[in-house]
Design a protein around this ligand. Structure first.
Ligand code: 8X3
Length: 250
């Protein structure tokens, strides 16, 4: 990990930021991507490693490619990509859901992840090495009520990961995905558009994963021997059996 160039999208909060912290402790050089320039600047000051900051919205195809093109030559040689950016917007049945929410989820979670991947892989292909980890979800393995479009977006991440692993196989590039269950971050607050009360209910008695738990698992995926690829990892709180079954603490 020492001196590896690691690019993390959605790096300014939650799982992305926790991963940045863990990997910085291991000596990685970090490219932190996010929408909030100020926040990225403040956070990078807390890290003791070399950082490059890229501010763009993954949904903006031109901005994605321009951002990676703007990197200094040495920083273009990305060893590891953590495709973390993504969110849930709304939790509604198809018939009443807001179509703008659908666009945000499909454009960000699916197309954005694809754009970033496409922008980063040329160097990996040239150097015949690299490692890509996509953030899926238990929602990409099982569909739950009112989650049709969020789940669709995460099923797409799962499918894209499998396809990418096939396409990049001749180049020795590792491709894998991690699929967390309940993780207590600002995820639910964003999903419920700032409704903190509703958001906190989601995690009540769940002993949910923390962003750090997921970051530790990502670190594990990255630190196995080079001939090993952790292709698919589902990470659940002990109290959660699947997308539906959660044994909440009284
Ligand atoms: C987050 C997991 O189950 O809250 O992707 O949708 S869940």
């Amino acid at each position: 990990m020492k001196d590896k160039i690691v690019c993390i999208t959605g790096a300014s909060s939650g799982i992305g930021w926790a991963t940045a912290k863990v990997l910085s402790e291991l000596g990685a050089q970090l490219i932190l991507c996010g929408r909030r320039t100020k926040k990225l600047e403040q956070l990078s000051d807390l890290l003791k490693v070399n950082c490059q900051l890229l501010s763009f919205d993954v949904r903006d195809r031109k901005a994605v490619f321009a951002a990676f093109e703007s990197l200094p030559e040495d920083w273009k040689k990305i060893d590891i990509l953590i495709n973390n950016a993504g969110n849930a917007h709304g939790l509604d049945p198809v018939q009443t859901a807001n179509i703008d929410d659908w666009d945000s989820m499909i454009d960000g979670n699916v197309k954005g992840l694809m754009y970033v991947t496409k922008a980063v892989i040329p160097h990996m292909i040239k150097s015949k090495k690299g490692h890509i980890i996509n953030l899926g979800s238990i929602a990409g393995k099982e569909v739950y009520p009112n989650g049709s479009v969020y789940c669709s977006s995460k099923f797409a991440v799962d499918a894209f990961t499998s396809g990418l692993r096939i396409d990049l196989n001749p180049f020795g590039i590792r491709v894998g995905a991690i699929h967390p269950g309940l993780v207590q971050t600002e995820f639910s607050e964003i999903r419920f558009k700032g409704d903190q009360k509703r958001a906190s209910k989601v995690y009540e008695g769940a002993e949910a994963l923390t962003a750090e738990d997921v970051a530790d698992a990502i670190s594990y995926m990255l630190n196995v021997p080079e001939k090993v690829n952790v292709a698919d990892l589902v990470l659940l709180p002990t109290r959660q059996a699947n997308a539906y079954v959660l044994n909440r603490k009284e």
